[in-house]
Design a binder for this molecule. Structure first.
Ligand code: GRF
Length: 212
């Protein structure tokens, strides 16, 4: 059975979705860079070991990432899952976990990398927005894509209403991606492309606004 470690920074609703999904893998630990991350309580209540590596305890990113990697590696995980982990990781850290480091991002990448994705989507007036699960590479928010979900943007959407619609889909595609990984149905090929051996393709398009 594959082993995973999950990194969070706050609420941890995506981590909860992974725990609730009862994936066929061993969740070895949930690690946060913030002791006050509310998601840690949920993990503890579900019997998952937790740990904190506070970035404020280290002089720079290199030292923080080294300490974090040391702790992660003590669990010997096959995959390291960033579930709302709000720290930029050094290229050395990312390279160390090449093909094993996965992130969820609240936009249809490569659009809206970085922060404030929903506000920027509303500002631009896009009609379709969404979320992405991808392998992490040193190029921030631009790694090979595993799965995406698209949602319509409503005329009267606020940042909060759009965020909620996207988050609902995050909680659906994230467990799917990790399930595939743990079953070796998805892998990062040497070409840098994602191979998906399940070949499940949708038979429809999301068109927003709908056609008449
Ligand atoms: C999610 O929107 C995720 O895509 C982004 O940060 C947010 C974390 O939310 N990376 P949660 O902590 O999983 O509830």
């Amino acid at each position: 059975m594959k082993k995973i470690v999950i990194l969070i920074s706050g609420r941890g609703s995506n981590m909860q979705a992974l725990l609730d999904a009862k994936l066929n893998c061993h969740i070895k630990a949930v690690i946060s860079n913030r002791a006050d991350a509310t998601g840690l309580d949920f993990a503890r209540q579900h019997g998952v070991p937790t740990a904190v590596v506070a970035h404020t305890d280290y002089p720079d990113r290199e030292h923080f990432d080294t300490a974090l990697a040391q702790l992660i590696d003590s669990f010997h995980p096959d995959f390291v899952i960033l579930a709302g982990f709000m720290r930029i990781l050094t290229a050395r850290f990312v390279t160390h976990y090449h093909g094993r480091l996965i992130n969820i991002h609240p936009s249809l990448l490569p659009a809206y990398a970085g922060l404030h994705t929903h506000a920027r989507a509303l500002q631009d007036g896009v009609k379709i927005h969404g979320c992405t699960v991808h392998f992490v590479t040193p190029d921030l928010d631009h790694g090979p894509i595993i799965i995406q979900a698209a949602v319509p943007v409503a005329d009267d959407d606020t940042e909060a209403s759009l965020a909620a619609r996207v988050l609902h889909e995050e909680h659906r595609i994230f467990p799917q991606a990790i399930r595939w990984l743990c079953a070796a149905q998805v892998e990062l090929a040497d070409t840098g492309r994602v191979l998906n051996h399940t070949r499940n393709q949708p038979g429809f398009a999301l068109i927003s606004p709908a056609l008449e």
